[in-house]
Design a protein around this ligand. Structure first.
Ligand SMILES: CC(C)[C@H](C(=O)O)[C@@H](O)C(=O)O
Ligand code: SF4
Length: 472
């Protein structure tokens, strides 16, 4: 028997790439096998049209899932035909026709499993450690919370995956972000990832696969880990990973599409090997002390323009800052807690899981939304919505004056009719605060769901840590 070849210690990312490489194209590019591919109604139509044009079939229909999430209304409609927006209605109808033609599973608008793709896939046990998961959506990094290599792809790549189940993949450099210590009370996974983005900048992790490690990361539940891997893309990371541990396995066990019986036991054996070797070298190392992380809010139009809530609107350091402040209608020196809001939005694939709603509900309980604020909760999926209703969270939010909506991306990117008006200011549990993201001229402040809840009930940006969480 030959002895195993001597290999250098590998990072988790390097292992995942190596295990899924079909063929090496050149030093930097691999032909990568895609275990699972997710599609939405917004980025898939052209890819299907491309296939159609050359008469190609989908090679492995069972390795794809399609979900309606980006453009659907969050107010009830009886039939797709009743959706008023012509573009959105057509995209939803086109997705369902394409899925039917190619035998691809679809969670359509009326399916009880419908919701934002990155919420639906984990909750149905479809993301497993070690998988390569691609989707025409940048927040596919979410699956790193399971030790899966998830990344966003473009339209021509979607077509390539549909036809061949593979992709030409440019290998990334590796970065490790270690977060030692414990988060303070009222600080969350959202604050860790926002602190990371503020530290390295909105392009600071471009070209990197980022592995999050350390005490504060392993202490997080799966929802928190998903928040971190999801939003890491806002630092430019094209992949985010957390080594899978017992918490991941416990989350998966018994879920609809998770392996069972012998397959489960075999999978566990493999999954336990998925971690960076002790001496593995990362191209860049970053350390963030969890004990120093406070609740953050953004003041500008890029996710890295963020400060602890105790801070003030900064003095601009560049024309970019000046433009951001002008767009946001803010003056340097204003305490962040003096900034009044018009809207509050709890939703998105970053922060609309049941755990997020529970945390926001603790702040909202027994309080009322400030009279000048329009506040909505958009649960990440129909299953999240049902779970929240079973716990009575819907009545709690409704009694406080929030609207309780159906699931989808909604005001995260305002492609449906949930749009903030020109000049309106929104406290938002989402991930992008770009100009116009929540509506033309709308001003977005990113923060955790409990910080949004605190802003909704006080009417201005507020430190949620100041709330007595036991009784209002
Ligand atoms: C529409 C889609 C391409 C986009 C993405 O890739 O992330 C969207 O989900 C977003 O959050 O901006
Ligand atoms: S919720 Fe927002 S970030 Fe997530 S997929 Fe939808 S639009 Fe993109």
């Amino acid at each position: 028997m030959n002895s195993a070849p001597q290999t250098r210690p590998l990072t988790l990312y390097e292992k995942l790439v190596a295990q899924n490489t079909v063929r090496r194209i050149d030093d930097e590019t691999m032909l990568l096998y895609v275990d699972f591919h997710i599609m939405n109604e917004y980025t898939s139509p052209q890819a299907f049209a491309g296939l159609q044009a050359v008469g190609r079939e989908v090679w492995r229909p069972e390795a794809h899932l399609a979900v309606v999430d980006h453009v659907n209304p969050t107010r009830p409609v009886a039939r797709v035909e009743d959706i008023e927006d012509d573009g959105g209605r057509l995209q939803i109808q086109t997705l369902s026709a394409n899925c039917e033609r190619h035998g691809i599973e679809l969670f359509d608008l009326f399916d009880p499993r419908q919701g934002i793709e990155h919420i639906v896939v984990p909750e149905n046990g479809m993301a497993w450690p070690g998988m390569v998961i691609a989707c025409g959506d940048s927040h596919t990094t979410t699956y790193g919370a399971f030790g899966a290599l998830g990344f966003g792809i473009g339209t021509s790549e979607i077509e390539h995956v549909l036809a061949t189940q593979t992709l030409a993949y440019a290998v990334l450099k590796t970065m490790r972000v270690t977060v030692p210590g414990a988060l303070g009370p009222g600080c969350t996974a959202k604050d860790i990832v926002m602190a990371f983005i503020a530290e390295v900048g909105a392009a600071g992790a471009s070209g990197y696969a980022v592995e999050f490690a350390g005490e504060a990361i392993t202490a997080l539940d799966m929802a928190g880990r998903m928040t971190i891997c999801n939003m890491a893309v806002e630092a430019g990371a094209r992949a985010a990973l957390i080594a899978p541990d017992e918490r991941v396995f416990a989350y998966l066990q018994g879920r609809d599409r998770a392996p069972t019986d012998d397959a489960w036991n075999n999978a566990l054996g493999y999954w336990r090997t998925l971690r960076s070797d002790d001496d593995a070298a990362f191209a860049r190392e970053v350390t963030l002390d969890a004990t120093t992380i406070a609740p953050l809010v953004t003041w500008g139009t890029s996710p890295d323009q963020a400060l602890p809530i105790s801070g003030s609107v900064p003095t601009p350091q560049s024309p970019v800052d000046e433009r951001a402040l002008a767009y946001m209608g803010l003056n340097p020196g204003t305490p962040l807690t003096d900034i009044a809001i018009d809207r509050a939005f709890i939703g998105s694939c970053t922060n609309a899981r049941i755990e997020d709603l529970r945390r926001a509900a603790i702040i909202v309980k027994g309080r009322t939304v400030a009279p000048h604020v329009t506040a909505i909760v958009v649960p990440g999926s129909k299953q999240v919505r049902a779970a929240a209703e079973a716990e009575g969270l819907d009545s709690l939010f409704l009694e406080a004056g929030f609207e309780w909506r159906g699931s989808g991306c909604s005001m995260c990117l305002a492609m449906n009719d949930d749009v903030a008006a020109n000049g309106e200011r929104c406290a938002s549990s989402t991930n992008r605060n770009f100009e116009g993201r929540q509506g033309k001229g709308a001003r977005t402040h990113l923060m955790s769901p409990e910080m949004v809840a605190a802003a909704a009930v006080t009417g201005h940006l507020t430190d949620a840590r100041k709330f007595d969480r036991s009784a209002p």
